[in-house]
Design a protein. Structure first.
Length: 544
């Protein structure tokens, strides 16, 4: 089976934080799982180097936008690598290849009569002497009355136009913008209303999407889709490929989602492979992102693909809710955030991956607490899983001179392991990663109890045959638990793979051959509980 996985493109205007990781990590879990199964996987993403957030940051620092995007793209690549993200291709939107692909998509949509030119009124700032991009206009949402930007209200999720805002002001100077006539290209989104309604119905009936994506998409469709501008008067971005309008840029909402297609094509060109098989009706595709990006993946991107007459509509929408920090809304401007570059300097990447999986905001907002992070690591990763691995292998080192004993595997555990692959695999396919981890760790706890009940430290003195069976069973469990956990804990699983001389991981129960193990070190180190206070105090201090 061909599996396409698209991870949302983070804006290259600031460092990554745990909220980003929580929303993007499912993509890597899926990619690793399907590769273990032997499926053909194409996992792509990149840094979004266009759009208003970059322009705002560049203005604040008084540097060219390219300086900002280069800095953070480089940082993103490093962070994702350290965290074990296994992208097949990670790129950025100011690549020439991306520009060419996006322009080709624009031209094809224009040729197919799904893009048209209109004369419209747009927000214009007299003091700044420029048309204002949507996010350069701030005010009150006309739907809920809360503060909002000119493209979308984060409080009620209403998609907006800048001129709809109440008490509008220019983000750059604070003046109230005026209205001014200009020309822009519009995507005929309304033309795809009926097709998207049928598409949503299939997704709902087959349980492919997260509930938040179902409900929000249903709401937009019930309100009725409106045609949307696909060009803007911007200084950076992809130029509109229509003669006479080259000074305008393709609007980021159509340009960014097209990055999945451009990254796929760029991967094909770089590897000499054909990506066509990943853009068919038969492909299983997962689009992984945060809640605020739902309409762009459940409505906009499918509509673009329909406009291109491209059959590979997203099959699975993996849309996470938000992450709060210590019970408070994450705020990068107030430094109420846990920054990934900082975290990676001090903590095991598997610990970060584990905590953000078991506490993922899959169905509702989740909270990142330093107390929970430390106690989760110490009691679950170290105390349960790491302890079982260490006590078993250290006992083999000491009592059997590093040779894993051959023996009869406990039939109850053997049956449970075989069943566990099916249960966990099903949960992975359905993107229920928290439940998958819970299923695996239920067996970890049983394994620890088995070790305690069997008392191999006594068996080795009085019943060597029983001791060998006990340790053979425990080693069998270690090998299979490591394989099952490999998508979530790739680094520690790789260590176990090497210790037990396993050639590679797949998604089939492992039958261990006779092997010797090296002198092993603990999988995880205990985190001092004093860390909780130290890390909590960093919140609200000088921004990263």
């Amino acid at each position: 089976m061909n599996v396409f996985i698209g991870g949302a493109w983070p804006y290259a205007n600031g460092s990554l934080h745990v909220g980003h990781v929580a929303s993007l990590l499912p993509g890597d879990l899926l990619a690793r799982y399907y590769r273990q199964k032997g499926d053909q996987v194409l996992y792509v993403s990149g840094s979004d180097c266009n759009g208003t957030p970059i322009s705002v940051r560049a203005r604040q620092e008084g540097v060219p936008a390219e300086t900002i995007t280069n800095r953070y793209h480089t940082e993103f690549v490093s962070c994702f690598k350290q965290l074990g993200f296994s992208f097949d291709h990670y790129t950025h939107t100011d690549e020439a290849h991306h520009h060419e692909t996006v322009q080709s998509i624009f031209q094809q949509l224009y040729k197919n009569n799904t893009i048209e030119l209109k004369e419209v009124e747009q927000a214009f700032c007299n003091r700044c002497d420029q048309f204002l991009p949507d996010r350069f206009v701030e005010g009150q949402c006309p739907s809920c009355g809360m503060s909002a930007r000119g493209d979308q209200c984060d409080h009620c999720a209403t998609i907006l136009e800048p001129l709809e805002l109440l008490q509008k002001k220019c983000k750059l100077c604070g003046d109230e913008p005026t209205r001014k006539q200009t020309e822009h290209f519009y995507f005929k989104l309304s033309a795809f209303q009926a097709e998207l309604e049928r598409y949503l119905e299939v997704a709902r009936n087959e349980g492919r999407w997260r509930e938040n994506a179902i409900h929000l998409t249903e709401r937009y469709l019930q309100e009725g889709l409106l045609d949307r501008a696909v060009s803007r008067d911007l200084s950076i971005g992809v130029p509109v490929p229509i003669k006479g309008y080259e000074d305008k840029k393709i609007y980021v909402w159509i340009e960014a989602v097209s990055g999945y297609y451009s990254a796929s094509k760029q991967w094909a060109a770089a590897t000499g492979q054909d990506d066509a098989s990943f853009w068919t009706k038969e492909t299983r595709s997962y689009y992984v992102h945060g809640k605020d990006n739902i309409p762009f993946h459940s409505i906009i991107w499918p509509a673009i693909l329909l406009g291109l007459k491209q059959p590979a509509l997203p099959t699975h929408i993996v849309s996470n809710e938000y992450v709060t920090i210590e019970k408070r809304k994450l705020s990068t401007s107030q430094n109420w955030a846990v920054w990934l570059p900082d975290m990676l300097k001090s903590y095991d990447p598997d610990s970060i991956r584990y905590f953000l999986t078991i506490n993922a905001p899959e169905n509702r907002d989740s909270d990142f607490s330093w107390r929970e992070f430390v106690y989760s690591h110490n009691s679950e990763l170290l105390g349960a899983y790491g302890n079982f691995v260490n006590r078993t292998l250290k006992f083999i080192e000491k009592s059997y001179q590093h040779e894993v004993p051959t023996g009869t595997i406990d039939p109850t555990f053997k049956a449970e392991v075989h069943d566990l692959y099916d249960r966990v695999g099903h949960l992975f396919k359905q993107t229920q990663f928290k439940r998958a981890v819970e299923e695996i760790f239920a067996v970890v706890r049983k394994a620890n109890k088995y070790f305690d009940d069997q008392q191999p430290w006594l068996q080795v003195k009085h019943d060597d045959r029983a001791c060998r069976d006990t340790l053979a069973t425990c080693t069998y469990l270690i090998a299979n638990l490591a394989q099952l956990l490999a998508p979530i804990l790739p680094f520690s699983s790789e260590k176990i793979c090497e210790w037990l001389s396993l050639k590679t991981f797949n998604w089939q129960p492992i039958e261990l051959a006779a092997t010797s193990i090296p002198t092993v070190a603990p999988l995880f180190k205990r985190i001092d509980v004093g860390t909780i206070e130290t890390e909590t105090k960093k919140l609200n201090q000088q921004p990263f």
